[in-house]
Design a protein. Structure first.
Length: 304
């Protein structure tokens, strides 16, 4: 589906990923972008809020009436609304309501509205903790409520494939401007406050870190490419340990603060690294921002 000339809805559109997807759609000439979010983070929308083609709607994905109105004349849906990891672990019932029942509601309303395609943002959490590099055929083994709820969302799409073409994107470890939580913002916050960053365990846990702008671009490719009923890992292909990330951020800040190791704290994850070869082959996705470039931009204060 061409972006230019078409109208799109982004659930969770004012969030970390959603706001970058909105910017990407406008840059590609979308005729309209509906940013649909229960908790509007207006500070993330500075670059698009005044664009005539953008409509900002405060609404709940569980409100069928509001969704119906927002979906009018929409060609494609990016379903990014989500209860994040920490909140899911604190409230499993709410995780089910938002991530499972909410996804079901979005799918059903999209079918009723005659939407041509839906892109669903899943997560590498559906795989659990893995020692080997995962491709899309790797067994599912989620052990958090977040991972379980994301996997449920994936399976909810399958019965609707004939009525609603879809693509599933399993994001690896995201970072970049506007991120509200996670390792990198926490470390930067500590260094800026003149405090030593804290490392749980020995710092050897490793992940595939990918910049949010690369993720947003791949998310839009999922809509553009003539591919349906497929799942894709979205990563950079660059593995880095927690210790390496902290060391680089200290260096980039020109700081001499030594990290504090809390070796008595249990580390929930030791390694999660995925192959994105399928996304490269079928979506034409190639990461453009190296980890070093992305970290340097964050240290400079880039929030674009």
């Amino acid at each position: 589906m061409k972006v230019a000339g078409n109208r799109f809805l982004i659930t969770g559109g004012s969030g970390f990923v959603g706001s970058h997807v909105a910017e990407g759609l406008i840059e590609r000439g979308a005729a309209g972008v509906v940013i649909y979010d229960k908790d509007l983070r207006t500070h993330n929308l500075a670059r698009v809020a005044r664009v005539p083609a953008v409509e900002v709607v405060q609404g709940d994905i569980l409100d069928s009436g509001a969704l119906t109105r927002a979906l009018k004349d929409v060609a494609g849906v990016f379903h990014l609304a989500v209860l994040p990891l920490g909140a899911c672990e604190r409230d499993a019932k709410l995780a089910f309501e938002v991530n499972v029942r909410g996804t079901f509601a979005v799918v059903q309303e999209a079918i009723k509205a005659g939407v041509a395609k839906l892109v669903y943002s899943s997560a590498s959490s559906v795989y659990g903790d893995t020692l080997e590099v995962m491709d899309e055929h790797h067994p599912f083994n989620p052990w958090t409520m977040y991972g379980v709820s994301k996997l449920c969302g994936e399976f909810l799409l399958r019965p609707s494939a004939a009525k609603l073409p879809y693509v599933i994107l399993r994001y690896m470890n995201l970072y970049g401007p506007r991120q509200e939580g996670g390792l990198i913002p926490a470390v930067i916050g500590k260094i800026k406050a003149g405090e030593s960053p804290v490392i749980h365990g020995d710092g050897s846990a490793s992940f595939d870190f990918i910049h949010v702008r690369d993720v947003a671009r791949c998310t839009i490719l999922g809509m553009e490419r003539d591919v349906t009923a497929e799942a894709f890992n979205v990563g950079s292909g660059t593995e880095a340990t927690v210790k390496e990330i902290v060391t680089q951020l200290i260096e980039l800040h020109g700081s001499s603060l030594p990290p504090i190791y809390k070796t008595d704290v249990k580390v929930p994850m030791t390694r999660r690294v995925g192959s994105s070869e399928k996304a490269k082959r079928l979506l034409g996705f190639q990461p453009a921002i190296s980890l070093r470039q992305g970290l340097e931009a964050l240290v400079r204060g880039d929030q674009s």
